[in-house]
Design a protein around this ligand. Structure first.
Ligand code: IPM
Ligand code: MN
Length: 340
């Protein structure tokens, strides 16, 4: 039975995790869950933001289901999420953004952002000099670029996507981003030939504009770490809000699934969180564990739910609380399950 390491985290994390676990229990999938704490909770208990034991549990699990974490205001803080991305070499961050109902989206978006997840601006190597200057190191390696590009094209061909767009800033970063772009086109020719997948490239600033103005321009986006971080929040916002955005952090041997949103302390404990991003992340986990029927049932039921205003969550102006929404979703899944 696949072992799932569950990390609810803080803020709205535990609420969206509880809702998602309820849905998973109802789906009759045979998974073995083990809960763990990281972040501030772990710091208060163990003096570290993530213990060796938790890292070990994450490493030996078949998947990690992660809620959300509040970032404490401490300079020595390194996000346990980043530590897990690095330690488990979760090099690909897959962030689909889909508008489920144009009544609450800003644009009819259907895009998948494939974000490099291990380097770029995320090395966090910053050096401060006496004259109030800080120099930040940014690493871009051919190895990491190539594997994220390969992943994006493979993803596109497996998910019947027609085009991959490389998003970069090669007009300014003429060595690093130019290398990324060159490697991209080197791979694109093969996929054009064998899989009929089209390709193009867009500067990151223009991509931010086109996402809002001409979302049809995009299908799959492959991009570097920080660009992907920023564009995935934008894509989430355009498709109804971050409450709708799931993500999968995938490595060769490990995988972690988390909503794109943060811990939202302002609404924590108020039954106001939209658990959709978390549930769609769980659906990505089910696909990864080769349980596609259950993944399909979650996705399709969520889409159906949002066609009816009575099921709208509070983040989009509806009245449905987290718990009520979860109950309604389970009902929808059970009705649907009979015909699939
Ligand atoms: C995300 C988050 C993280 C990131 C933070 C919490 C380190 O914003 O998953 O997008 O920047 O990658
Ligand atoms: Mn982010």
């Amino acid at each position: 039975m696949p072992k799932i390491c569950v990390i609810p985290g803080d803020g709205v994390g535990p609420e969206v995790i509880d809702s998602t676990l309820e849905v998973l229990h109802n789906l009759d999938v045979n998974l073995d869950y083990e809960k763990a704490i990281v972040g501030t909770q772990s710091f208060e208990k163990n003096g570290v933001y993530i213990t060796k034991e938790t890292l070990e549990l994450a490493t030996t699990s078949d998947a990690i289901l992660f809620g959300a974490l509040t970032t404490p205001r401490r300079r020595d803080y390194v996000s346990p999420l980043l530590l897990m991305r690095w330690n488990l070499d979760l090099f690909a961050n897959i962030r689909p953004a889909l508008c489920m109902n144009i009544d609450f989206c800003l644009v009819p978006l259907d895009v998948v952002i494939v974000r490099e997840n291990t380097e770029g601006m995320y090395g966090a190597e910053e050096e401060e000099f006496d004259n109030n200057i800080v120099i930040t190191k940014r690493t871009i390696s051919e190895y990491a670029c190539q594997r994220i590009i390969d992943y994006a094209f493979k993803y596109a061909s497996e998910h019947d996507r027609k085009k991959v767009t490389c998003v970069h800033k090669a007009n300014v970063l003429r060595t690093s981003d130019e290398m990324f772009k060159k490697l991209f086109y080197g791979t694109a020719v093969n996929f054009a030939f064998y899989n009929k997948i089209r390709s193009d490239d867009v500067l990151v600033d223009a991509a931010a504009m086109y996402l809002a103005k001409e979302p049809d321009k995009f299908d799959v986006i492959v991009t570097l770490n920080l660009y992907g971080d920023i564009l995935s929040d934008e894509a989430g916002g355009l498709s109804g809000g971050l409450g709708f955005s799931p993500s999968a952090n995938i490595g060769k041997d490990h995988a972690l699934f988390e909503p794109v949103h943060g811990s939202a302390p302002d609404i924590a404990g108020k039954d106001a969180a939209n658990p959709t991003g978390m549930m769609l992340s769980a659906a990505m986990m089910l696909d990864h564990l080769e349980l596609p029927r259950s993944a399909f049932l979650i996705r399709e039921s969520l889409k159906n739910m949002f066609q009816d205003k009575n099921n709208w969550t509070k983040d989009i102006g509806g009245e449905c609380g987290t718990k009520d929404f979860t109950e309604r979703l389970i009902k929808t899944i059970n009705e649907k399950a009979d015909s699939y």
